[in-house]
Design a protein around this ligand. Structure first.
Ligand code: UD1
Ligand code: CA
Length: 488
């Protein structure tokens, strides 16, 4: 039976709606991950498992109706997701998924229904949560569980229906308690449920720990409620990917891979070329305009926005940056909180640190590091240079090996370079210092004082040439050891 199968919005939004809470089970240690980090803080798709589940939950009910049950490393989990505005319930000792709901009873008792989500299954969608809730309300069930058919169901609880076509569920059998015949059942319990709150808490104390793990299994509520003549039903999702739990490192990497591929496929559908997408890591919030080309082994992370007709060549890692249209990023660049103007050219091997603002058509080249600078329109810093805390005008040429000495050991100072300036190679600009418009700085200068507009500044020792010096020195020196004698 599949009533209301296409409904996406939940009935919880209507004026006469029942009061609905979401409880997210997130207290477990995650023993199978063999990690110091609690399971729900392991990351897929660039953020913690729990953050994904909270994001889905808060699109169905407001954050103040969401309760995360935390326990193992509770403080760490709480601070990682506190910004989401959800509530927390402490399950100090983790005695099973049933026990997680027992400790949440005081928080949940004023609601009519509770949607229960697993903090370690991050691909659940708000649409599926809302459909599960609608199915539950339509069926007037005491317990509704989400199920899915999996080709490899090992490890999951199996759903025993009353009969193959019935929505009604007999029991959920955990892997460790399943008979060989039950292990062949492919319909699994996804770990997402809706309970009618009064029925849940009238019967939850009937759960026992008489099972291979010695825990209170929430899954046993199916049998407990059925025996109490309450209605227990299952709704099967066609999208089995969204139910996968991350219990092991292999499962984590598989879910991460699925999320990354989904993002790449979305971008491709919108007109972005991605060669070899399996090698690219693109976070969910990244935006890329059509006709941009992403080469293999590129990472684009955080809140990065990339314009149209850009090319991002291999081995670049870009985080929280804004890249305008027509930008070429050659191989091996690292960008963090940088802004790149239209048609700029970066790399190979440029490092743009936070606050780098690169103007239209500007070039930042091989082994150039920038931090907190403005590089004007069409300006070039092509080789082996450090530019930090600098305001550089338009049409400026920064010679190879130039360094802005921005730090005096105590404080940072600014270098200001006017439009059309030419800085000769291997110059050091000791900040605070200004080079006026159109000025020249001779190669290898150490500039410690301001340079006026259109002037030439040369700040280096004069070259001295001593004729025949080398020849005379060689002649004066007699070989002392056998090894030093010229070959005969
Ligand atoms: C559970 C289900 C199984 C289902 C699977 C789907 C039970 C007994 N089994 O198994 O039928 O197929 O999910 O993914 O529920 N947690 C707590 N407190 C605890 C124990 C666990 O909050 O005391 C949390 C964990 O942090 C985790 C979630 O509950 O986020 C599920 O627990 P887990 O141990 O992963 O259950 P599974 O063995 O995967
Ligand atoms: Ca799990």
């Amino acid at each position: 039976m599949k009533k209301n199968g296409n409904a996406v919005s939940s009935k919880a939004f209507t004026a006469t709606a029942p009061r609905v809470a979401v409880a997210i089970m997130a207290a477990g240690k995650g023993t199978r991950l063999k990690s110091q980090l609690p399971k729900v803080l392991h990351e897929v798709g660039g953020k913690p498992l729990l953050a994904h589940v909270i994001a889905a939950a808060t699109r169905v009910v407001p954050p103040n109706d969401v309760f995360a049950v935390i326990g193992h490393e509770a403080d760490r989990v709480r601070s990682a997701v506190a910004h989401t505005g959800v509530n927390f319930v402490l399950q100090a000792a983790q005695r099973g998924t049933g026990h997680a709901l027992m400790v949440a009873q005081p928080a949940l008792s004023s609601y009519d229904h509770v949607i229960v989500l697993s903090g370690d299954a991050p691909q659940i969608t708000p649409q599926t949560i809302a459909r599960l809730l609608n199915f539950h309300l339509d069926e007037q069930a005491a317990m509704t569980l989400l199920s899915a058919d999996l080709d490899h169901p090992t490890g999951y609880g199996r759903v025993l229906r009353k009969s193959p076509r019935s929505a009604e569920v007999q029991a959920i059998i955990e892997e460790k308690s399943a008979s060989p015949a039950q292990k062949r059942i492919r319909e699994i319990n996804a770990g997402f449920y809706v309970f009618a709150v009064p029925q849940l808490f009238s019967h939850i104390q009937k759960l026992s720990t008489a099972n291979p793990h010695g825990e209170y299994y929430l899954t046993d509520m199916a049998e407990v409620l059925r025996k109490a003549r309450e209605r227990v039903v299952a709704w099967k999702t066609e999208n089995s990917a969204e139910v996968l739990g991350a219990n092991t490192r292999v499962e984590l990497s598989f879910i991460d891979y699925q999320m990354r591929m989904r993002k790449c496929h979305e971008l491709m559908a919108e007109g972005v070329t991605i060669f070899y997408p399996a090698t690219c890591v693109i976070d969910n919030d990244v935006e890329i305009a059509p006709d941009t080309v992403i080469e293999p082994f590129v990472q684009i992370l955080g809140r990065t926005r990339v314009g149209t007709a850009c090319r991002i060549r291999s081995y670049s890692v870009i985080r929280d940056s804004e890249i305008a249209d027509g930008v070429l990023i050659r191989p091996g660049c690292i960008l963090e909180e940088a802004r790149i103007g239209p048609s700029a050219v970066l790399g190979p091997y440029s490092h743009l640190r936070p606050g780098s603002d690169i103007g239209e058509g500007a070039h930042v080249g091989n082994f150039v590091e920038t931090k907190k600078i403005k590089l004007g329109k069409g300006s070039k810093a092509n080789h082996l240079t450090y530019l930090g805390d600098a305001e550089i005008g338009a049409g400026v040429n920064i010679g190879a090996g130039t360094i802005t000495c921005n730090y005096d050991g105590v404080a940072k100072h600014t270098t200001v370079i006017g439009d059309g300036v030419f800085i000769g190679s291997d110059s050091t600009l000791v900040a605070p210092v200004r080079v006026g418009k159109g000025a020249y700085v001779g190669a290898a200068s150490c500039i410690t004082e301001d340079v006026p507009e259109d002037a030439l500044a040369v700040g280096r020792a004069r070259q001295v040439v001593k004729e025949r010096w080398a020849r005379e020195k060689r002649a004066a020196r007699k070989p002392t050891t056998e090894a030093e004698k010229p070959p005969s």
